[in-house]
Design a protein around this ligand. Structure first.
Ligand code: IPD
Ligand code: CA
Ligand code: CA
Length: 264
């Protein structure tokens, strides 16, 4: 386990926000929903959870900056620390009553992600990671899977919403990956996709057109679990590239090669 004051702050904030989110999920059909853009819904629950997170994080670490999906950015007096907050990752699942979504909070210190918390309130699964201290699911230490053959690999991916991203490109990549791997899944929460690779449930994951709040916590989760996480083109900075590819060292290398091949 990780018992640092920082982790306590993050876990407390996330658990507090999760209580409302879980309650709202139970009433999902009564929620008032507005359309943010094609295929990208924002619910009242989402905004409420973000407000709880914002308040808790600002209270515990007053100077830190925040980058939040719903509320945009708040610049703090401390220029070296930034929270990347997604109060509800897996919004489409949430609104359709599919119990697969989470809260994701990552902390960046001088350009490096140093801590991450991802919490799935329905399954009560808390994924935490801190730089140099490992990654954990509830109290269990995480390791990425040790599989070596693409033919055995379960691969997660994300598809862009209607009117967003490059659909033909994804179809080419998916076709190439599907042809040589054990199975593919589109689960609908980027943060949980990263967490599932970190805990070895899935072997690989890639997605493009992501934002820092989708990825920050998950990137450190995979790395602290011994995995590789880069941009989908194999570059070191997934956040800057707005894309990710991850898995164990060997399979990650194979995935990058497949994605390159698909784009030739
Ligand atoms: C989305 C989810 C989804 C991914 C999208 C994200 P949201 O986040 O992580 O899996 O494919 O790109 O935008 O909208 O549910 O917070
Ligand atoms: Ca998200
Ligand atoms: Ca979200």
């Amino acid at each position: 386990m990780i018992n640092s004051p920082l982790m306590t702050v993050m876990v407390d904030a996330v658990r507090k926000a999760a209580r409302g989110l879980k309650r709202d999920f139970g009433e999902v059909e009564n929620l008032q929903v507005s359309r943010k853009g094609p295929g990208n819904f924002v619910s009242i629950a989402d905004k409420r959870a973000e407000a709880v997170l914002r308040e808790a994080l600002m209270k515990a670490r007053p100077g830190y900056s925040l980058i939040m999906e719903e509320g945009g950015s708040i610049e703090g007096s401390d220029k070296t620390h930034t929270w990347h907050v997604d109060p509800l990752d897996g919004t489409t699942n949430f609104l359709h009553g599919i119990p697969h979504f989470c809260i994701s909070v990552g902390l960046e210190r001088e350009g490096v992600i140093v801590a991450g918390v991802i919490y799935d309130p329905i399954k009560d699964e808390l994924f935490i990671a801190e730089r140099g201290q490992g990654a954990f699911l509830n109290n269990r230490r995480l390791r990425v899977s040790a599989r070596r053959d693409l033919a055995d690999a379960l691969v997660l991916y994300g598809s862009p919403y209607l009117g967003r991203g490059n659909h033909p490109r994804l179809l080419k990549e998916l076709g190439t990956v599907m042809a040589v791997t054990g199975g593919v899944r589109r689960q609908g929460s980027a943060a949980l996709d990263l967490a599932y690779v970190a805990c070895g449930r899935a072997d690989l994951y890639w997605e493009r057109d992501l934002q820092s709040w989708d990825m920050a916590a998950g990137l450190i989760m995979v790395r602290e679990a011994g995995g590789f996480a880069t941009s989908a083109d194999g570059g070191p900075d997934a956040l800057a590239a707005h894309s990710v590819a991850c898995g164990n060292e060997l399979l990650h290398r194979d995935l990058i090669a497949l994605l390159k091949k698909a784009n030739q």
